[in-house]
Design a protein around this ligand. Structure first.
Ligand SMILES: O=P(O)(O)OC[C@H]1O[C@](O)(COP(=O)(O)O)[C@@H](O)[C@@H]1O
Ligand SMILES: [Mn+2]
Length: 669
């Protein structure tokens, strides 16, 4: 008891050692009270804007555009500011200047005499927009975001003192000087970037950055530079994380999908993965057979590219059969995964040319299996073993890939609870009667939140642990997350990859979805999930990606009375036919929650030239009468508890439990 504050008036009993530590940071009553006042001021500010994006699938140009226009946030600010005082075309041009300042300035077609005028008008406008978007933040936070070279003048321009005499002249003078010194271009670029940065306070990526599109690595580079973000892993991110950690099965999947979408240059040139041994092997073994099912998607075969596309198809086929073998090893090691029906190489009648899937016999569309011994179909040939070994080395040693995967681990997780909402890529696996699925992981049974937490831990173990047994446990769990029937990132009974390549009959191609997808229209089910994560079922939301919302077929992204929002509208070009749009995003600001739908993005060049915004409609899901404040957020909760601590500290000073620490001039020397 001697260590505790026990005075009658002290409401909460706190550990005095903790207060003494705090006293080092706030050594006097005055320092502590100043901080309390600062924190109270922050609590009163409007809540920062959250931006939710999902299933970007390597489409780096559309992603970059959506990041830049903040799903319409910047355009709205321009509208708020200039309502009827600017023409539509001027507002559009100003928005595009903010998104693509360098490119837009390069295209300026103005004569020498008028350019200074143009700069003046636009510098004024940009400063106004910047003031508007930064008004939600404390001065200190705003200052920290300034680029060094313009920090001083930005501070002057954005926080210009209302009482200054000749304020107008002072302000003008700064702008004139920027123009005279030939710094207008650099300043416009800097302030435009600043506006973009202030438009969004927090970015949430709900998974599937990787696969299908051309530039997941470029997206990762952008994310590395982003000021505040979290990532919920998608099944397509997990395969790259597992491949980098050394999972042979996931390496095979990554190479297969990258070949399928004709982006092998991503592996070879950008991640430095050597595909030569695999290409040589593929040419030797799959020289003459049927390749049509393995030709890359989305490219037309011409006389010029035919040879190259055929080589990619051979690589695609060779790695797929390697995948079937190494996946069988995992399934065999883990009977608890319940996936033995996926060991299909064993179910093939190699003479008859048929395969048994779920008890039904189907005809194969090709019987060419040059690398498979029908008696031992799962045994890798020596050449295949060698290829895997070399690929593994390449994947594990790729610096650029490790860099990106480390970001996925540090900013990412299986799910995220943020400001009262639950963010999760795929689903909460359930059984038919609506309870959470129980899964067995390494002998232990888990369900609900505990299952997700354990899978999260295991994925990290797969990458960070070098003990062979623990590493294998982790890597196998990562593979399960990719395609296991109770994986929250996958959520389907099976992944019918073999069936889609080798069986023409469409019946076995169907991938039956987890009961979650049937029940997710029911508010009570979503409420049960929110409660499982300690969230308020009345006000919380669940946000999913993963399954494209088929808007053309009348599907809505808003489910369970608005408690569930599905924002995979399909950035992936390959899926836009089905969805009819190019993706949904969410904006959660101090006024409420908005769902934004996007038109297909054609190209950056078009966005700049035609000043296209691609935000098509904004649906207001919820709007609040009184603005949400920082006090209502998770950060607010933390700040309030800091205020509590500081009040205790002030009390302890005032009651004489702790001495103020005042350094003498001598000590300060
Ligand atoms: O479109 P592709 O390349 O044929 O891939 C289809 C496969 O992708 C999946 O849909 C998984 O990817 P998603 O997470 O993007 O849905 C599998 O269920 C399916 O087998
Ligand atoms: Mn997915």
């Amino acid at each position: 008891m001697t260590n505790e504050l026990t005075g009658k008036e002290v409401e909460t009993v706190r550990d005095i050692d903790y207060l003494k530590l705090l006293a080092r940071q706030y050594p006097t009553i005055s320092a502590a009270t100043t901080e309390i006042i600062n924190l109270q001021a922050i609590l009163d500010l409007p809540k920062g804007t959250e931006h939710y994006i999902s299933d970007v699938h390597g489409e780096f140009e559309s992603f970059r555009h959506v990041l830049k226009n903040a799903s319409g946030v910047i355009r709205n600010k321009i509208n708020d500011l200039y309502g009827n005082t600017l023409r539509e075309s001027e507002k559009k041009a100003l928005a595009t200047l903010i998104y693509y300042p360098a490119e837009k300035l390069d295209m300026l077609d103005i004569n020498e005499r008028e350019i200074d005028d143009w700069y003046r008008i636009h510098l004024f406008r940009l400063i106004e927009v910047c003031k508007r978007v930064s008004s939600k933040y404390t001065r200190s936070k705003v200052r920290k975001a300034f680029p060094k070279e313009f920090a001083y003048i930005l501070d002057e321009l954005l926080n210009e003192n209302e009482d200054r005499i000749n304020k107008y002249d002072y302000y003008n003078k700064i702008i004139e000087t920027i123009i005279d010194l030939d710094r207008a271009r650099a300043f416009i670029i800097a302030i435009s970037n600043l506006i973009q940065r202030f438009a969004v306070d927090r970015l949430h990526i709900i998974g599937d950055i990787y696969d299908r599109g051309p530039g997941a690595d470029i997206i990762m580079d952008m994310l590395k530079e982003y000021h505040s973000l979290d990532i919920q892993w998608g099944n397509h991110d997990m395969i790259w994380m597992g491949a980098c950690a050394g999972s042979e099965a996931l390496i095979a999947n990554v190479v297969r999908i990258t070949a399928r979408y004709n982006h092998l240059e991503l592996l070879e040139d950008r991640y430095g993965i050597n595909l030569l041994p695999l290409a040589t092997f593929a040419m030797e073994n799959y020289g003459s057979g049927e390749l049509s099912k393995f030709m890359p998607k989305g490219v037309e075969v011409t006389e010029k590219n035919q040879k190259e596309l055929e080589l990619i198809a051979k690589i695609h086929k060779a790695i797929f059969l390697i995948q079937m073998k190494v996946e069988a090893e995992i399934i065999y090691r883990h009977p608890e995964y319940g996936m033995s029906d996926r060991m299909l190489l064993d179910m093939i009648d190699y003479e008859k040319g048929t395969v048994k899937v779920d008890g039904v016999e189907y005809e194969l569309n090709s019987t060419e299996f040059p690398t498979i011994d029908p008696k031992n179909p799962f045994i890798l040939t020596e050449a295949e073993k060698d290829i895997l070994e070399r690929l593994k080395r390449s994947f594990m040693n790729s610096m650029r890939l490790n860099d990106h995967v480390q970001l996925l681990f540090s900013k990412g997780s299986m799910y995220k609870v943020f400001n009262g909402n639950l963010l999760l890529h795929g689903c909460m696996p359930m059984n038919d009667d609506g309870d959470f699925n129980e899964i067995t992981i390494d002998g232990e049974r888990y369900k609900g939140k505990a299952a997700l937490d354990e899978l999260d831990r295991l994925a990290r173990q797969g990458y960070f642990n070098n003990d062979p047994v623990l590493k294998e446990q982790g890597l196998d769990a990562m593979w399960y997350l990719w395609c296991g029937p109770s994986s929250p990132l996958f959520g389907k009974r099976k992944m019918a990859t073999f069936e889609r390549y080798y069986i023409d009959d469409k019946a076995p191609h169907a991938e039956e979805k987890n009961p979650y997808y049937r029940d997710r229209e029911r508010p009570d089910r979503i409420e049960m999930i929110l409660e499982e994560f300690g969230l308020d079922k009345e006000h919380g939301h669940l946000v999913n990606g993963h399954v494209p919302v088929k808007v053309v077929k009348g599907e809505s992204p808003i489910k369970a009375d608005g408690k569930l929002l599905v924002i995979d509208g399909g950035f992936a070009k390959a899926y836009q036919k089905e969805t009819g749009i190019a993706g949904y995003t969410l904006i959660y600001n101090s006024h409420g929650l908005n769902l934004v739908s996007h038109e297909p993005f054609e190209s950056t060049q078009k966005a700049i030239l035609e000043e296209k915004d691609i935000v098509s409609t904004v649906m207001v899901l919820e709007s609040v009468r009184s603005r949400r404040r920082v006090a209502d957020t998770d950060t607010g909760k933390e700040l309030k508890s800091q205020v509590e601590d500081l009040l205790q500290l002030v009390n302890a000073y005032r009651k004489g439990y702790i001495k103020e620490i005042i350094q003498t001039a001598y000590e300060n020397r």
